[in-house]
Write a protein that binds this ligand. Structure first.
Ligand code: KET
Length: 450
């Protein structure tokens, strides 16, 4: 196991401060000492900016890909970096059912723009819990779940992690290796110590199940474990249901606390219930867990920043006390969440017809991604590109973890204007029948020439 981002200080405040110092120090070496302060004081005396010591930070490894793409004047450029759905025409998609919901909201003159409560829109929270845990979930029936509206998946993870750093006895979180690049930053800055567990085996391009069980098996009792509910990012590799069951048993036997990141419900299989199976398995055993939900991808509400954090507890009383403390995390962070996105989601989820319409549109997005996998695989086959590319059709969700290295990626960007993250991840949702040949040519050239 490779311990990363670990910190040794004792109190959450200490840990958070030292984490913050390390975080800033990597971006700006001057921050480590008093130098910055005295430098700034002298600078201001001489009329220079008090910020002239600030070092330019690197672009974000994922969102920075879009920044580079936007600067490229080439007409054939292709953005396969960020996980955002595009149509066959390469355009962003606003779902019909979302347009309809928005129209209804606009037409309703009784709606006002008052602040929401700290925990957000009550109706949205209830419906979100139902969506992830299932309509017949005993945890919901027994009032053992608290759900708070947060700023999409990222904000939900952050609020959950801040709560854990304040109130949970074990402040180490294990994240898969590899994982979404923002995970270690979110958890470290929340005051948790981050360690990794083995997940992906580059040799088989599949799950390193043995490594995973070994690492979780040797984690300290009570440690938090981050699990991707489905459509693991960036690998596209999910455990089977049997494997999930083994993971569940191991984690419960060691009292490890599951923290699910559910950013792609419906995007893996096209079916919302099937994609929530892993989470529901952990709730069915009566144990406790955290779940961060995002509506960015499955409802296409990226910029609306709508998501939810649910904490499943053993009793209704504990759940309500946990909620009271979540409010203390949220209030000084963003006070209360935005109303528009959550109202769209609630409008869609509460109406049977609109809900059905959503599932059809969601399935169409998932199916288009799956057909892109097949087309890319066929195109590489047709070119006789060296290597076994069957992982393209085996992997699940929005991404293909190609196995291309950073030099090959840089080559594809330079020579073919194809933009993707340097770890070789391709957003299949950004591809279309028209652009598959261009991508296949680029991969072929990268593999044969680099
Ligand atoms: N979890 C995972 C696993 C994830 O891939 C993302 C987004 C999020 C949470 C957060 O999404 P939000 O928009 O806060 O609900 N991933 C894509 C976009 C990004 O990096 O921000 C991506 O990997 O491209």
């Amino acid at each position: 196991m490779r311990p990363e981002f670990t910190s040794s200080s004792s109190s959450p405040t200490d840990r958070r401060l030292s984490a913050l110092v390390r975080h800033l120090a990597t971006a700006s070496p001057l921050m480590e000492s008093q130098t910055a302060v005295s430098f700034s004081a002298t600078a201001s005396l001489h009329g220079e900016s008090v910020f002239s010591h600030v070092v330019r930070a690197p672009e974000d490894p994922i969102l920075g890909v879009t920044v580079a793409y936007n600067k490229d004047p080439s007409p054939v450029k292709l953005n396969l970096g960020v996980g955002a759905y595009r149509t066959e025409e390469g355009k962003p998609l606003v779902l019909n059912v979302v347009r309809k919901a928005e129209q209804m909201l606009v037409n309703d003159r009784s709606r006002v723009k008052e602040y929401l409560p700290i925990v957000g829109l009550a109706e949205f929270n209830k419906l979100s819990a139902k969506l992830i845990f299932g309509a017949d979930s005993p945890a919901i029936r027994e009032n053992r779940v608290t759900t708070v509206q947060c700023l999409s998946g990222t904000g939900s993870l952050r609020v959950g992690a801040e709560f854990l750093a304040r109130h949970y006895h074990q402040r180490t979180i294990y994240i898969p290796q590899p994982t979404w690049g923002n995970h270690p930053k979110i958890f470290t800055l929340s005051g948790l110590s981050v360690k990794t567990y083995r997940y992906y085996d580059p040799a088989t391009r599949g799950l390193n199940f043995r490594g995973l069980l070994e690492d979780l098996g040797s984690a300290p009792s009570g440690a938090i474990v981050l699990l991707h509910a489905c459509a693991h990012n960036p690998t596209g590799v999910d455990p089977t249901l049997q494997q999930w069951e083994q993971i569940r048993r191991l984690m419960r036997s060691k009292a490890l606390l599951p923290f699910f990141d559910s950013a792609y419900q419906g995007f893996a299989s096209g079916n919302l219930d099937a994609d929530a199976q892993s989470v529901r398995m952990f709730v069915a055993d009566g144990g406790e867990c955290f779940v961060a939900q995002s509506y960015a991808k499955n409802m296409g509400l990226y910029g609306e920043r709508v998501g939810a954090l649910s904490v499943v507890c053993k009793t209704a009383d504990v759940a309500s006390r946990v909620e009271s403390q979540l409010k203390l995390v949220i209030r000084p962070m963003f006070s209360n969440p935005p109303i528009h996105g959550a109202s769209i989601v609630a409008t869609v989820l509460k109406d049977r017809n609109m809900y059905n319409e959503w599932t059809i549109e969601l399935k169409a997005m998932a199916d288009r991604i799956i057909s892109m996998r097949q087309q890319l695989f066929d195109a590489l086959r047709a070119r006789g590109t060296p290597g076994d590319w069957s992982h393209i059709i085996k992997q699940i969700g929005m991404f293909t973890f190609t196995g291309l290295n950073s030099e090959q990626v840089a080559f594809m960007t330079r020579e073919y204007h194809i933009y993707m993250t340097s770890d070789g991840r391709i957003s299949m949702a950004g591809l279309s029948s028209k652009t598959v040949p261009h991508l296949a040519d680029a991969i072929h050239a990268a593999v044969t020439r680099m």
